[in-house]
Write a protein that binds this ligand. Structure first.
Ligand SMILES: [Ca+2]
Length: 615
């Protein structure tokens, strides 16, 4: 689901809005180009400068935030170049071309000298930042391979192994959306931090993360995308590591958000031996019901043309939600600590006279209520929980994901169409307007749930091998409702018991955060797309490693809200509490300082998350 590394755009400086995505870009360009198209539509409606330079700025943060300055990076690169790799290391890398790997062909094994990786071209500010990242890389052995567990499989993957200074760990990298591209940015970030890193396209090449055409007539490719691709990637990476370093990795970690969060849970559920620690963000783990919801919501917003909620009305909804609920948590900050406690009634902003951007028509009120209520089958049962109020505004908000710039043009409508057209029915002209909840969700479950849904709550084998799982979700995710992750977490407790779960699973809910990142809440806490490899107090990822390696369980994580492109100045810090604890303002002191908050147990009688069944 996650559209590359680029969703958090709201706080970016507009004066950098000068460049366009070049058609010659590689994978990164594809992600950005799709976003660009939607933003172009958005821009007309919002009437303000959303632009791909904002995308670039987000990338810049990803690539260079809290990294050495340019000069230092260059100096480091130069020193590494001088000291260089021992000759044997180079030979060891090139010898991997001849490595015997089951069902796998190594197409390239080459030592890349420090600072010389030739990544995507740099036509834009984002590209130049990316070049900076690549130029800062140490020498590494780059292995490109294709795994073919079936005759229809074509799983392209890369393994990047530091020539020197390997920290003994493998980092497996997840994919957003319908995958289809290798995330070389994260490969670079991880290898720079000392990891051997691996990433895959999961078995197909996609034109963009919403491209699912490849799935038509390819059930084996759907399985590769569903879970086998990541497992194969991991298998090959471990074999390559053993061949190159003459020893296995001491520890292996996987991190993914959105579809990557689904992949993460697949690994914990199906391949418990693959990883010691797994970070699962905003998991799209109930894949079939999620996209049934996408189609359902697209109908809710468009079948009656009066129902569509245009972008101009999103700020009106946001303001009304905040007026009703922001202060419930004791701090007037545009953030709802627990949006389940917000009982905002859309009828309160129904137009009393003329329709305008400042109110909703009766049809729009009905539509909004349905978006909150979740997806109902013909008997009125909730098959997937609804969206929560809060954080509707901004480029990563409702106007992009749920309602869209024009009727039927939201990201979720795109994903819903792609899923049912290409994964379920094999008809590229399928249209969400024909969607029927009962029959089509049943068809989706029968044909794809086995391959795609990662809802199995039985994690005993993963626990037994010492595995640790950390989940997180932005409370105001406009792509995948946060209630779904709470449902999954609670299903694991129901299956395994609270005590067992506490010994190897943690869940963090991030107030005011949108999909994987962005939103008014503090969204920088070492999560996917912003991995921080040290400082467990500020990094959910580092905290996971500490749990695995030192048996210190994750506790409070301090999240930050950064100002400025490079993410150097935290304008707000806030604790994230292990669920079901929630953050609480102590009642005095600067609300931008985490020290003035504490974690507390939930009150009795709290409304639980939405209900639905697992598959
Ligand atoms: Ca608040």
């Amino acid at each position: 689901m996650h559209m590359s590394h680029t969703i958090e755009l709201g706080s970016r400086k507009r004066e950098h809005c000068v460049e366009l995505v070049q058609p010659g870009d590689t994978q990164l360009g594809e992600h950005r180009r799709h976003i660009q198209e939607v933003f172009d539509m958005n821009r007309r409606d919002f009437g303000q400068g959303l632009c791909s330079a904002a995308v670039g700025a987000a990338l810049a943060r990803l690539a260079v935030a809290r990294q050495p300055t340019t000069r230092v990076a260059r100096a480091v690169a130069f020193i590494l170049l001088l000291s260089s790799a021992p000759a044997y290391a180079q030979d060891a890398c090139e010898r991997l071309t001849a490595a015997k790997l089951t069902n796998t062909t190594v197409t390239l094994a080459q030592t890349v000298a420090a600072g010389t990786f030739n990544g995507p071209p740099a036509p834009s500010s984002a590209g130049s930042e990316l070049s900076l990242l690549y130029k800062s890389l140490p020498a590494f052995c780059r292995v490109v391979a294709e795994a073919k567990p079936t005759s229809d499989s074509d799983i392209k993957l890369e393994v990047w192994l530091p020539v020197s200074g390997w920290n003994g760990k493998l980092q497996g990298i997840g994919n957003g959306g319908f995958a289809g591209q290798i995330d070389r940015i994260q490969l670079a970030v991880s290898v720079k931090a000392g990891y051997t890193a691996t990433a895959t396209d999961t078995g197909h090449t996609g034109k963009s993360p919403v491209d699912a055409v490849w799935a038509i007539g390819h059930p084996e490719k759907i399985i590769d995308f569903g879970h086998r691709g990541i497992h194969e990637m991991t298998r090959v990476a471990k074999t390559v590591i053993a061949a190159y370093y003459s020893k296995p990795p001491q520890r292996s970690y996987f991190a993914g958000c959105s579809n990557g969060g689904r992949q993460a849970l697949m690994e914990a559920q199906r391949y418990p031996e693959d990883y010691d620690g797994i970070l699962a963000g905003a998991p799209a783990n109930y894949f079939t019901a999620l996209f049934a919801t996408a189609a359902y919501d697209a109908q809710v917003l468009t079948m009656d043309s009066a129902s569509f909620i245009p972008p101009a009305k999103i700020p009106t909804i946001a303001a009304a939600v905040n007026a009703a609920c922001d202060a419930v948590d004791g701090v007037h900050d545009g953030i709802l600590n627990d949006p389940r406690q917000c009982h905002f009634d859309p009828a309160t902003i129904q137009c009393k006279g003329e329709d305008s951007a400042k109110c909703l028509t009766a049809a729009q009120v009905t539509a909004l209520k349905k978006l909150y209520a979740g997806t109902l089958d013909s008997k009125g049962h909730v098959v997937f929980p609804g969206y929560l109020p809060g954080a509707e505004e901004g480029e990563g908000g409702w106007g992009l994901w749920i309602t869209g710039p024009a009727p039927g043009k939201s990201f979720m409508a795109d994903f819903g169409n792609g899923f049912f057209s290409d994964f379920v029915f094999g008809k590229s002209d399928w249209d969400y307007k024909t969607f029927k909840v009962d029959a089509d969700l049943k068809a989706a479950n029968e044909r794809t749930a086995q391959a795609l849904n990662a809802t199995d709550p039985y994690l005993k084998p993963f626990k037994a091998r010492g595995g640790k799982l950390v989940l997180y979700h932005g409370w105001n995710d406009p792509a995948i409702t946060a209630l779904n992750t709470i449902d999954y977490y609670e299903s694991v407790i129901k299956k395994m018991g609270q005590e067992d779960v506490d010994s190897f699973v943690r869940l963090y809910m991030a107030p005011g955060m949108q999909h994987c990142t962005g939103g008014p809440g503090p969204d920088s806490f070492g999560a996917v797309y912003d991995l921080k490899f040290d400082d467990p107090q500020h990094s959910v990822y580092a905290s996971l490693e500490q749990w695995v390696e030192k048996a210190t369980a994750p506790s409070i994580i301090i999240a930050s809200k950064f100002e400025g492109q490079a993410g150097t100045h935290a304008k707000m810090t806030r604790p994230l509490c292990p669920y079901p604890q929630a953050v609480k303002y102590k009642g005095s002191g600067d609300p931008n300082d985490a020290a003035n908050f504490e974690c507390e147990r939930p009150k009795l009688g709290r409304q639980p998350g939405g209900r639905r069944r697992s598959h």
